[in-house]
Design a protein around this ligand. Structure first.
Ligand SMILES: Nc1ncnc2c1ncn2[C@@H]1O[C@H](COP(=O)(O)OP(=O)(O)OP(=O)(O)O)[C@@H](O)[C@H]1O
Ligand SMILES: O=P(O)(O)OC[C@H]1O[C@](O)(CO)[C@@H](O)[C@@H]1O
Ligand SMILES: [Mg+2]
Length: 343
């Protein structure tokens, strides 16, 4: 019986457990496949640390947030134990014929490199940021947007009561999808995203025009947004253990600047990891389940080097090269359309 190993890698994301369950149910019901789950992303792959995954283990997990396998940003080439030869030995030792990597752009880049080094591997795209190209949507994004939209709605009522300007900071390192969707859904008066610089003067103009209509201004900003005079996205928390700047805090920078320039009392809120935690929305559970079923079909066909993806309403297979190397950013035209009614 063919046996495959699943891993979840990179930041976690609501819907990961639905993928794991969908894969195991499809595989055991339709293809006579067996599965193990590697612990903590590529760490479990490198060290051959895996748990058996059967129907009983995945029962009822699609409504749970996080990932039952754990995740990490551990790289498969990390010295001294990483690299393809060690991984091949680990796969042989635990009797695994191929790997299913569930992750974002970094995970797919790592998977592509492993493929080139002879590891049979396929991919499933995940990220709350929705910035992975080659798929129309990733699971987790919908849940994050629901949470961010509710946050805007809540900030709006307290902002109205106190006649304050409210600033909500959401995630989005290179792409402002969460800010765009939550901002549009909740009727924000300005949406600020990494793809498009806006001057402080312009932001304050929007804020003042809202106040002049007797309303309380609501600004949604993605963590990666930069004012024109900034050279890089705001980060005051140093680097993470993988040498990436830990973003966050642009909302706290903007709020006093807006208050100083407009005279309108302004408060900032950082939504942070609330966006990534908790139960997945129905939409993300469905997409995760469909991806899981599709990736079981993919490994049944030995479709190594491909990633499952959503195109329109169809689940398709795309080569890794299509998924890595570029960030799916918010199109300028889309932003401009939303911007036309800011203020
Ligand atoms: N080109 C690469 N070659 C080898 N390993 C890589 C490569 N790119 C990324 N990795 C490894 O894959 C891990 C996962 O990637 P990353 O941390 O970028 O998360 P991700 O999968 O993009 O998910 P997310 O961005 O949603 O958190 C990285 O921490 C790194 O160890
Ligand atoms: O602290 P961590 O786990 O690296 O997560 C922060 C990052 O995760 C992301 O949400 C991607 O999953 C980014 O928007 C954010 O910068
Ligand atoms: Mg990434």
């Amino acid at each position: 019986m063919a046996r495959f190993g699943i891993l979840t890698s990179g930041g976690d994301c609501p819907g990961l457990n639905a993928v794991i369950r969908g894969t195991v149910l499809q595989g055991s019901t339709v293809h006579d496949q067996e599965f193990v789950g590697f612990r903590d992303g590529f760490w479990g792959l490198v060290y051959g640390e895996a748990i058996d995954l059967d129907r009983s283990v995945v029962r009822g997990i699609s409504q749970q947030g996080g990932t039952i396998l754990g995740t990490s940003r551990f790289g498969p080439y990390t010295e001294p134990d990483g690299g393809p030869e060690n991984i091949k030995r680990a796969l042989q030792r635990i009797g695994v014929d191929g790997v299913i990597a569930v992750g974002g752009d970094g995970t797919m880049a790592a998977a592509n490199r492993l493929l080139g080094d002879g590891i049979p591997i396929v991919g499933v795209p995940k990220t709350i940021d929705n910035d992975l190209q080659a798929t129309d949507y990733t699971f987790g994004f919908n849940t994050a947007v629901e949470i961010a939209t509710e946050a805007v709605d809540r900030l709006r009522t307290t902002g109205n009561s106190h006649k304050r300007c409210m600033v909500l900071e959401v995630m989005g390192r290179h792409a402002g999808w969460i800010a765009m969707y939550a901002g549009v859904a909740a009727g924000a008066h300005a949406i600020l995203i990494p793809e498009q610089q806006e001057s402080l003067e312009q932001i304050c103009e929007w804020v003042v025009s809202v106040r002049d209509r007797g309303r309380s201004p609501m600004v949604v900003v993605a963590e990666g947004f930069m004012l024109p005079e900034m050279e890089q996205a705001h980060s005051y928390k140093g680097m993470d253990e993988f040498n990436r700047p830990r973003l966050g805090g642009i909302g706290e920078i903007l709020a006093p600047l807006i208050e100083e320039r407009t005279g309108i009392a302004t408060r900032a809120t950082v939504l942070g990891y609330i966006q990534r935690g908790g139960v997945p929305s129905a939409w993300d559970r469905v997409l995760g389940t469909r991806f899981g079923q599709a990736v079981s079909d993919l490994v049944a066909d030995a479709g190594w080097g491909s990633m499952v993806a959503l195109r329109g309403t169809d689940i398709v297979r795309v080569p890794f090269e299509e998924a890595v190397g570029h960030t799916k950013t918010v199109p300028l035209e889309y932003y401009r359309g939303a911007r036309a009614i800011f203020g």
